[in-house]
Design a protein around this ligand. Structure first.
Ligand SMILES: Cc1cc2nc3c(=O)[nH]c(=O)nc-3n(C[C@H](O)[C@H](O)[C@H](O)COP(=O)(O)OP(=O)(O)OC[C@H]3O[C@@H](n4cnc5c(N)ncnc54)[C@H](O)[C@@H]3O)c2cc1C
Length: 465
């Protein structure tokens, strides 16, 4: 079987390694438009903030491809998919036949069609990140356009490097897809305290050499302009080839398109009406597709998303339906704006269907697990918001009492039970656990939790020895 993968990003590279782990014989070719080896895109925010070096974000060792007999072609975008001939054609004239094809083309940054926008730098790729860093070194002031997750992480990262930053956002509050109005405002106040000047409800009309002109004519000064205006799935190849495309390339539970020999995974795929924009579903889809391609029966049933902001001194986790009001759900809320704290639970039929946790992170582990498992909540709501108040709510956060089924690494879907099994097989630190399970290798926010479990297991060993 000849497997061809279009796109060597986070989903494509994961698929290739999962296929090879399951089947040593299938001939694999992966074609990537980017000129470099795959990297962890999620960590680009940390690169911008200076907490991670560009060489630390690579996902695949250069020797891996030869050692695993995978043909990898870099800097070679596929321009045409010929379904009759079962072949893809690249921009440099390569014609690559396939028996099975996987589309993993991800998304592109949305670039608003305003005058002067070519002066601005989008924030999507490692190249973009390196361009931003080079420009930041010679800039006096930055303007970030877009107040979603990426825009906030970019603005916080640059402010942390000492560059004055203004963040412009079209909607009335930050991260309006994940947060309610008050949470968005508290987040804005926290960021303002960290040196980011926040302007919501404004429209950028033109990018000029000296800044961004707003719709009302005001000039927001800045000699570096970064675009974080959202992403658009790259579906052109599939659409041109006549595959069903809505917002993304439409796939079934096996991640197959309406052509049974073609799969789509990651941010270019649309499953059950949803196009996901986080890495956990992309990796889960890659694993399902790899299993199906190599003869397995795995199915993808959709993902429950937890969004965590990676911005220094700002703790934020948001999950599920955060915007439901009292008319449709039970809403429990605590707000202490002076301390930058906002916590909200949205409960329906006794189950947690949404939560916002801004400020301190002591409840994140507990609530993520309750959200993940969808089980019935304990009656003590205050104890859920403030784990310190209730021994029951502490259960999920404690490495000792947390159930084995609890998902610790959201990005790689690793449970406490898997970490324990890995520890029992000899791993004694986070690096060992990461090597065996991949826990901590996505966004990295579960590192403390994994460390806690390993520490507790080591302690237990000491006690019983
Ligand atoms: C700065 C930043 C921070 C983020 N932070 C988080 C986070 O904290 N948590 C989280 O879960 N997610 C985060 N994300 C989102 C996450 O990175 C994506 O969900 C993930 O990368 C999707 O994987 P993918 O493989 O579908 O797409 P990509 O990783 O974009 O890979 C697609 C690849 O396909 C290539 N390609 C496209 N067209 C072609 C073609 N025609 N021929 C060949 N190759 C092609 C592209 O060049 C690219 O290399 C972040 C993203 C960014 C940019």
């Amino acid at each position: 079987m000849r497997l061809v993968v279009v796109g060597n990003g986070m989903a494509g590279s994961r698929l290739v390694s999962e296929v090879r782990a399951r089947d040593p014989h299938v001939a694999v070719t992966v074609l990537g438009a980017e000129t470099c080896r795959p990297y962890n895109r999620v960590l680009l925010s940390n690169v911008l903030a200076g907490t991670t070096r560009p060489d630390q974000v690579r996902l695949v060792d250069p020797s891996w491809y030869a050692a695993h007999r995978v043909e990898a072609v870099f800097g070679s975008a596929v321009t045409c998919l010929d379904r009759d001939a079962r072949m893809v054609v690249t921009e440099d004239g390569r014609r690559v036949p396939y028996d099975v094809l996987v589309l993993a083309t991800g998304s592109e940054a949305v670039v608003p069609p305003i005058p002067g926008v070519e002066r601005a730098i989008p924030f999507r790729t490692l190249d973009d990140c390196e361009r931003i860093l080079a420009a930041a070194g010679r800039s006096r002031r930055a303007v970030v356009v877009g107040g979603g997750l990426l825009g906030i992480e970019a603005a916080r990262g640059l402010a942390g490097r000492g560059l004055p930053v203004t963040l412009l956002h079209l909607a009335g509050h930050l991260m309006e897809r994940q947060l309610d109005v008050e949470a968005g405002q508290v987040l804005g106040e926290t960021l303002a305290g960290l040196g980011v000047d926040i302007r919501t409800g404004v429209t950028a009309r033109e990018v000029r050499a000296d800044g961004v002109a707003l719709a009302d004519g005001e000039l927001v000064e800045g000699d570096l302009v970064i675009l974080a205006c959202g992403v658009r799935p790259l579906t052109g190849l599939a659409a041109d080839a006549g595959l069903e495309v809505r917002r993304g390339v439409v796939v079934d539970d096996e991640m197959r398109t309406d052509d049974p020999s073609i799969f789509a995974i990651g941010e270019c795929a649309e499953h059950d009406g949803t196009v996901y924009g986080l890495v956990a579903p992309a990796w889960e889809q890659a694993t399902v597709a790899a299993d199906v391609i190599t003869g397995g029966k795995a199915l993808y049933r959709g993902s429950r998303l937890v969004t965590r902001l990676k911005a220094k001194s700002v703790e934020l986790a948001a999950m599920g339906e955060t915007q439901l009001t009292e008319e449709h759900a039970e809403v429990v809320r605590f707000s202490h704006r002076a301390r930058g704290t906002y916590r909200k639970l949205v409960i329906r039929d006794g189950r947690l269907v949404g939560a916002i946790l801004l400020g301190e992170s002591d409840a994140v582990g507990t609530l993520t697990q309750l959200f993940d498992r969808g089980g019935t909540l304990p009656g003590d709501r205050a104890g859920l918001l403030f784990p310190g108040l209730s021994s029951a709510a502490h259960v999920a956060d404690s490495p000792t009492l947390m159930p084995d089924a609890a998902r610790v690494c959201q990005c790689n879907n690793v449970t406490k039970g898997q970490i324990r099994a890995c520890w029992e097989a000899g791993a004694r630190d986070v690096a060992g656990i990461a090597a065996a399970t991949r826990a901590t290798t996505g966004c990295g926010t579960c590192r403390d939790a994994v460390e806690g479990i390993v520490g507790w297991l080591c302690e237990q060993e000491g006690v019983s020895a």
